[in-house]
Design a protein around this ligand. Structure first.
Ligand code: ADP
Ligand code: MG
Length: 255
């Protein structure tokens, strides 16, 4: 349902992706991992039709599309939810208005109905009703992520991109967010592409992961398989302190 072949991404002389291939299956949760600056956010923004590729062939929601300027792009983007790195909520708007924003932009529903739908999405994302009237600055980190998720779900997307959704959260809050993603995938039939550095989270929620390095996908598959990759860069990533702490935590959890 989502595929890119031979992707080229470049900013001036900085070539970020070169001949990158990736295919995402309908209904899966795919994790995107890789070093800082390896082009995970650029990849996600390209697949979400927010950034123009310099080369390659894109298929989004099973439709061939050239990029953000394609006449098909607005209709496809409306079927895609995006949670940006850092949440990116409007700080001047309360939570309800943030979630209502895409509904106001893209539908002609009445103001009353939009409010009701926005409240429903907040509940779906696990936020208490009182959070609706708060500004983002008045929320905890975990609640900001949930509000950003509620906004990403506002238009009932089929495909959702999450860029580091649990970064900066404590392990308990991050694990609650993971549970929420699994529930939503189940109940809403979402396809999810999620950038994360959180190994616990990758193990818990992803069906497969794609490792980005050397401007392309170096390995893709279930995390157990990718973690066994012979590629030095992938090995390094999974042999680091991050992986060790994840192993220690799971040992501790198992008693
Ligand atoms: N809008 C932009 N303009 C110029 N360079 C960019 C832009 N966005 C990303 N880059 C560059 O692309 C590379 C990949 O960035 P990014 O996808 O954000 O990495 P990450 O894997 O950490 O998410 C980096 O070298 C970054 O500096
Ligand atoms: Mg990033």
């Amino acid at each position: 349902m989502l595929e890119v072949r031979g992707l080229v991404s470049r900013f001036g002389r900085n070539v970020v992706h070169e001949d990158l291939d990736l295919a995402v299956r309908s209904g899966e949760i795919l994790g995107i991992v890789g070093g800082s600056g390896s082009g995970k956010s650029v990849l996600v923004r390209t697949l979400a039709l927010l950034l123009a590729p310099r080369g390659g062939a894109l298929t989004v929601l099973s439709q061939p599309v050239t990029g953000p300027d394609d006449p098909q792009a607005p209709a496809l983007r409306r079927r895609i939810g995006m949670m940006f790195q850092g949440g990116a909520l409007f700080s001047g708007l309360d939570v309800l208005a943030n979630v209502a924003f895409p509904l106001r932009e893209h539908t002609r529903l009445s103001a009353g109905l939009i409010q009701d739908l926005a409240r429903l999405k907040l509940a779906l994302a696990g936020l208490p009703a009182q959070a609706a009237s708060r500004r983002p600055s008045e929320l905890s980190g975990g609640m900001v992520k949930r509000a950003a998720l509620a906004r990403a779900l506002a238009l009932d997307p089929e495909l959702v991109f999450l860029d580091e959704p649990t970064a900066g959260l404590d392990p308990v809050t991050a694990s609650a967010f993971d549970e929420l993603m699994l529930d939503l995938r189940e109940s809403l039939g979402l396809t999810v592409v999620m950038v994360t550095h959180d190994l616990d989270s990758l193990v818990r929620v992803t069906d497969r992961i794609a490792f980005i390095g050397e401007r392309r996908v170096l390995a893709i598959g279930p995390i157990e398989e990718v973690a066994q990759s012979e590629h030095p860069q992938v090995r390094n990533y999974f042999a680091g302190p991050r992986a060790r702490s994840a192993r220690e935590r799971s040992r501790w959890k198992d008693g």
